[in-house]
Design a binder for this molecule. Sequence first.
Ligand SMILES: [Zn+2]
Length: 185
Amino acid sequence: MPKVFINPGHAPGGKPDPGAVGPSGLRESDVAADVAAMVVEYLQAVGYDAISYQSNSLQAICDRANAWNADLFVSIHCNSFTSPTATGMEIWTSRGQTRADSLATYIIAQMAGEFPTLPVRGDWSDGDVDKEAGLYVLDNTIAPAVLVELAFISNPREEAILASIEGKRMFAAAIARGVTDYFSQ
Ligand SMILES: [Zn+2]
């Protein structure tokens, strides 16, 4: 069965790096860890080999994913901005047309289905939804790799979704279904 490596962003327990922190104090590192654990549960329930690994060391993350021979790599983050009205979901891949673009399209389609009121912040200039950049974990993993920004933890309405068990389950289910869609394409 496919081997799917899930990386919750930032440091375990928020030490030393909690990532972004919402207006009510919700930490990105904790949301990402919770959602990643749920994605692993969903994927294992359908027979996939899935693990979650969070580390403050981006190199350690890439080394572990590569040594494990992951078939896919998914990093989970929350977005943040100075304006509390910034809103929506986005997904990143490395530059150029790769198999990760297809994975990104499946995942964001499932997320949009779960959260029809959250905008998709896409870059359609190259024909698909993913944004592209030279992010470390995307450029240094061998497997097709995406980085998901679930929603804006800096937006009070979206922070409330990210704080709730139901909201986290919906994000996790969408990511897991996007992964299984990729393998059944
Ligand atoms: Zn982050």
